[in-house]
Design a protein around this ligand. Structure first.
Ligand code: CMC
Length: 374
């Protein structure tokens, strides 16, 4: 009997120098640095640089990236036209997937798979995705495009383009933390998808578009949206017990809990929970905080399954004012840093990713003269 590893669980498929997830010590390192330290001290742009290049930027290197990001924040006319053609009911993940695809199709350098060109495209995607996500939320609310501001950093400008009001520093700080925590997580499903596509020598945009598709599912990135739907459904802390009785009796997955790699807690959760706490205090959102705590403690005590990053990030994005449907596109904006780092790593020591399968269909058989009716 072939030993099938369903879902590739426990299978080590390659080396990576980008991040290390250690479930035993409950730690996550980006290029050796604990993610908590990065989240406490760095702007998201510096972390993206670290993921791409292996070292934190010097002052000059950061200034160069920041200047590039600020100069490339606008929504390209072709991308805006494409978004405008999509129905308002389109899921924002489908919108951002389409928008990135249009950006790639319009880039004459799309076919250049050199590292220099891929770094350039990675920087471009980092700069451009916020405009796509912000504009899509605005058009669904019947609001117009807000032009970016080059006096604001990435996090503040993202909020500005979404809400058209002076960004609140408390919100921007929590948002920056979320972007850093979401930026990278080794061989998760979407990153692996990007690496599979890259392994065929397809271009970086194709790999990112595929990764966005993989991220959409509720077992992966779509969980942050699903968490908010669950919290909305439960309503108040008092309803948690009966709601959980029913959900577990009907074998529902409780979104925002559990992880393929971490079995005793996700290393990113305490940092994001601290950011959520600042938002709860800032917005006097005690009822939401009570509901959050009640669901966590009841579910953990019943099942011993711990929250993952999507559990605190969902309500955090809600308090920041984002539509629930926009939560997973925010994850895209952050994870594009990790995806593109992996695309470049894969391309640098490529082997076509092509696993085997064990056939369990019918034995060989023949048509015996059977022809379809005319
Ligand atoms: N709610 C209820 N039961 C769960 C959950 C959950 N969230 N997570 C795991 N279980 C149970 C599962 O039903 C199974 O029970 P049994 O052995 O009785 O059939 C057992 O725990 C093992 O679960 P699994 O799904 O086989 O384990 P996995 O390692 O394949 O799952 C997971 C990992 C993330 C897919 C799963 O925990 C899950 O579906 N969680 C909810 C979705 C979610 O929050 N996803 C975000 C993942 S992390 C961040 C990200 O990538 O965005």
């Amino acid at each position: 009997m072939t030993d099938i590893k369903k879902g590739l669980a426990g299978v080590v498929v390659d080396y990576t120098a980008i991040s290390k997830v250690n479930p035993e010590t409950n730690s996550l390192l980006y290029r050796g640095y604990p993610v908590q330290e990065l989240a406490a001290t760095q702007p998201f742009e510096a972390v993206a640089y670290l993921l791409w290049h292996g070292e934190l930027p010097t002052e000059e290197q950061l200034a160069d990236l920041v200047a590039f990001e600020r100069a490339n924040r606008t929504l390209d006319p072709a991308v805006k036209t494409a978004i405008d053609l999509l129905p308002l009911e389109a899921h924002p993940m489908d919108v951002v997937r389409t928008a990135v695809s249009v950006l790639g199709a319009a880039d004459p350098a799309a076919f250049d798979n050199s590292r220099e060109s891929d770094v350039e495209k990675s920087r471009l995607l980092l700069a451009k995705i916020p405009a796509m996500v912000a504009y899509d939320q605005r058009r669904r609310r019947g609001q117009g495009l807000v032009e970016p501001r080059d006096d604001l950093d990435y996090a503040h400008n993202f909020l500005w383009m979404t809400f058209d009001e002076e960004p609140d520093p408390v919100v921007a700080a929590a948002f920056n933390v979320s972007m850093i925590l979401y930026a990278e997580h080794s061989f998760n499903a979407s990153t692996f998808t990007a690496r599979v596509i890259t392994s065929t020598m397809a271009d970086l945009y194709s790999a990112v578009v595929g990764a966005i598709g993989a991220l959409k599912g509720p077992l992966h990135g779509g969980a942050n949206e699903a968490v908010m739907h669950i919290l909305d459904e439960i309503g108040t802390a008092q309803n948690v017990g009966p709601w959980l009785d029913e959900a577990l009796a009907s074998k529902r997955k409780i979104m925002g809990f559990g992880h393929r790699v971490y079995k005793s807690g996700d290393s990113r959760v305490p940092t994001m929970k601290a950011a959520l706490d600042t938002l709860v205090e800032h917005y006097d959102a005690d009822e939401l905080a009570e509901l959050y705590d009640a669901l966590e403690s009841d579910f953990v005590s019943r099942k011993g399954i711990y929250p993952n990053l999507d559990y605190p990030s969902g309500p955090s994005y809600h308090l920041m004012g984002f539509d629930t449907l926009t939560f997973t596109p925010l994850f895209v904006a952050a994870r594009v840093a990790g995806w593109t780092a992996h695309i470049m790593e894969q391309a640098a020591s490529n082997a076509l990713i092509r696993p085997l399968s064990e056939y369990n269909g019918p034995d060989e058989r023949h048509l015996d003269g059977h022809v379809p009716d005319a």
